[in-house]
Design a protein around this ligand. Structure first.
Ligand code: HEM
Ligand code: 2DC
Length: 469
C-alpha cells in the first residue's frame, strides 16, 4: 500500500523555525553536510522546508532513475531567484540556464549542435590543446624563477585563468591572453565577480531576494555588482567579435568559435545569443578549475595512482603520434579519475527537478509539481551505493561495478550541463599536459573538506608542489 505525501519523514512544517536552526548550524556553508546528516536521520527519502524553499530529497540511484523519467518534455530545475531577479531588474534576457518551457527547448536544441555535439570536438580540441601547452609553459617559468626546481602554491588563481582562457577561446575563437605575465585587469575582475556572484547567491536560496533588495541588504547589493561586472566583461568580448564579423569580407576555413557560428547561423536572436554566451562564459570558470584542483589534490595524495595515470598518458601519446583527438580516446583511467573527483567533490551538491507527473518513491506518493532533489554529494559518499566510498579509485569506473545512475556530476538528460563536452575535454587535456610535465606533491596530513558557496569549494587553500619530471 502506497503511503501519502504527508507521511514522508522530515522537518517541513515550520519553514521559519527550520531556517533559524539552519542558520544556527551555519547551514549556508554546510548544506552538503546537513543533507548527509538528514539522510542518516530520516532514511533514503525526506521532506524539508527551510525558509521558503521546499523539497523532497532522495539519495538512491534507482530513485534518481524514477525522478528523471518523470522530468517531462521541459525539464525544470530549482529556480534560483537571485539570478532571475537580477535580470528582471536590469531588463536583461534569460539565457538557456534560466529559460523554461518551449523557449528553453528551442534555444537549447540550437545551442546543443554548437556546444555539446561530439562533432564540435574536432574544432575545440586544437584550441584547448594550445591553452594547455601555454599553461604548462607558464608553470615551467614559475619553477625556473623560484630557483628551487619546484613551485609550491595555491593553484586556484592559476586554474581560474586557465579555465577562463579555455572557455573563451572556444566561445570567441581567440585568446584573451591570460597565460601571459601581465593580464588585462578587467579579466581578473571578471574572475572575482563570478566567485562573488556564487557566494552571494547561497543565502538568497532561502530568503527571497526581492525582500533583501527592498531592505537594501548588502548581500543583494554585492550580488548585483557581481553580475554587473560579469555582464560588462562578456558584453565587451561579444561586441568585439560582432564588430570583427561585420568587417570581415573573405571567408576563411578557420573555426570561428561558438559565438560567431551562432551569429552566422542566424537561428537565434542576437539578444538570446548574448544571454546564453554570457552564461557559458560565466559557467565555465569556477566549475572546471575547482574540479581540476581537487583532482591534483587527489593525485598528490595517491602517488602510485599518479604514476599509473602518467604511464597511461605516455602510452596514449606514443600510440597516437601526438594527435590530441586520438589521445583522448586512449585515456580511460584519466577519465575515471575525473568521474571519481566529481563523485567525492561534486560541483553541484544536488540535482533537482519539478516533476511533471505523480511518482512513487520509497513507497511514498509524490504529486506532480513537487521539487525533488537528488543529493549528489550524499550519494557519492554512500557505502550502499559505492564500494568503499571513502577511497579515491578511478579504476572503479572501468570495472563491472554498476554505473546505473551513478555518474551524474553533469546532471542528466536534455537539461544536463550544456558545457559538459567543453568541460570534459578541457579537463582531460589539462591532466594530459600536467602528467607529462610535473610530479604533484602535497604536504603530509593535510585533509581538506568542502564548503558550500552555491557550488562546493575547498574550505581552505590547497597547497601543492609541482616538480618537473
Ligand atoms: C548546468 C555541472 C562546467 C555551463 C549544469 C548542471 C550541472 C553542471 C550539475 C545542472 C544539470 C541538470 O540540472 O541536469 C557542471 C560541472 C562542470 C560544469 C560539474 C565542470 C566540472 C560547465 C562549463 C560550462 C557550463 C564549462 C560552460 C561552458 C552550464 C550551463 C548549464 C549548466 C549553461 C545550464 C543548462 C540548461 O539549463 O539547459 N552544469 N558544469 N558548465 N552548465 Fe555546467
Ligand atoms: C545549488 O540547493 C544548491 O553548473 C541548490 O555552470 C540547488 C541548486 C540549483 C541549481 C544549481 C546549483 C544548486 C549549483 C550550481 C549549478 C546550478 C545550476 C547551474 C550551476 C549546478 C545545486 C552551474 C555551476 C552553472 C552556473 C552558470 C551561471 C553562473 C551562469
Amino acid at each position: 500500500i502506497v503511503r501519502p505525501f504527508n507521511e514522508i519523514p522530515g522537518l517541513w512544517k515550520n519553514g521559519l523555525a527550520n531556517l533559524y536552526n539552519f542558520w544556527k548550524l551555519d547551514g549556508f556553508r554546510n548544506l552538503h553536510r546537513i543533507m548527509l546528516q538528514n539522510f542518516n536521520t530520516f532514511g533514503p527519502i525526506y521532506r524539508e522546508k527551510i525558509g521558503y524553499y521546499e523539497s523532497v530529497n532522495i539519495i538512491n540511484p534507482e530513485d534518481a532513475a524514477i525522478l528523471f523519467k518523470a522530468e517531462g518534455h521541459y525539464p525544470k530545475r530549482l529556480k534560483v531567484e537571485a539570478w532571475t531577479s537580477y535580470r528582471d531588474n536590469r531588463n536583461r534576457k534569460y539565457g538557456v540556464l534560466l529559460k523554461n518551457g518551449e523557449d528553453w527547448r528551442s534555444n537549447r536544441v540550437i545551442l546543443n549542435k554548437e556546444v555539446i555535439s561530439l562533432k564540435m570536438l574536432e574544432n575545440f580540441v586544437p584550441l584547448l590543446d594550445d591553452v594547455g601547452q601555454d599553461f604548462v609553459a607558464r608553470i615551467h617559468k614559475k619553477i625556473e624563477r623560484s630557483g628551487q626546481n619546484k613551485w609550491t602554491a595555491d593553484l586556484s588563481q592559476e586554474l581560474f585563468k586557465y579555465a577562463l582562457e579555455s572557455v573563451s577561446s572556444v566561445l570567441y575563437g581567440e585568446r584573451l591572453g591570460l597565460m601571459l605575465d601581465y593580464i588585462d585587469p578587467e579579466a581578473q575582475r571578471f574572475i572575482d565577480c563570478i566567485t562573488l556572484m556564487f557566494k552571494t547567491t547561497s543565502p538568497m536560496l532561502y530568503i527571497p531576494p526581492t525582500l533583501l533588495r527592498k531592505i537594501g541588504a548588502k548581500v543583494w547589493r554585492d550580488h548585483e555588482e557581481a553580475w554587473d561586472g560579469i555582464f560588462n566583461q562578456a558584453d565587451r568580448c561579444i561586441q568585439n567579435i560582432y564588430r570583427q564579423l561585420r568587417q570581415e569580407t573573405g571567408t576563411s576555413n578557420k573555426y570561428p568559435g561558438v559565438l560567431a557560428s551562432l551569429l552566422m547561423l542566424d537561428k537565434l536572436s542576437i539578444e538570446d545569443i548574448k544571454a546564453s554566451v554570457t552564461e557559458l562564459m560565466a559557467g565555465g570558470v569556477d566549475t572546471t578549475s575547482i574540479t581540476l584542483l581537487w583532482t591534483l589534490y587527489e593525485l598528490a595524495k595517491h602517488p602510485n595512482l599518479q604514476e599509473e595515470l602518467r604511464a597511461e598518458v605516455a602510452a596514449a601519446r606514443a600510440e597516437s603520434n601526438g594527435d590530441m583527438q586520438e589521445m583522448l580516446k586512449r585515456i580511460p583511467l584519466v577519465k575515471g579519475a575525473l568521474k571519481e573527483t566529481l563523485r567525492l567533490h561534486p560541483v553541484a551538491v544536488s540535482l533537482q527537478r519539478y516533476i511533471a507527473e505523480d511518482i512513487i518513491i520509497q513507497n511514498y506518493h509524490i504529486p506532480a509539481g513537487t521539487l525533488v532533489q537528488l543529493g549528489l554529494f550524499a550519494m557519492g559518499r554512500d557505502p550502499k551505493v559505492f564500494f568503499r566510498p571513502e577511497q579515491y579509485q578511478p579504476s572503479r569506473w572501468l570495472r563491472t561495478e554498476s554505473h546505473y545512475f551513478r555518474s551524474l556530476g553533469f546532471g542528466f538528460g536534455p537539461r544536463q550541463c550544456l558545457g559538459r563536452r567543453i568541460a570534459e575535454t578541457e579537463m582531460q587535456i589539462f591532466l594530459i599536459h600536467m602528467l607529462e610535465n610535473f610530479r604533484v606533491e602535497k604536504q603530509r596530513h593535510v585533509e581538506v573538506q568542502s564548503t558550500f558557496e552555491l557550488i562546493l569549494l575547498p574550505e581552505k587553500p590547497i597547497i601543492l608542489t609541482l616538480k618537473p619530471l
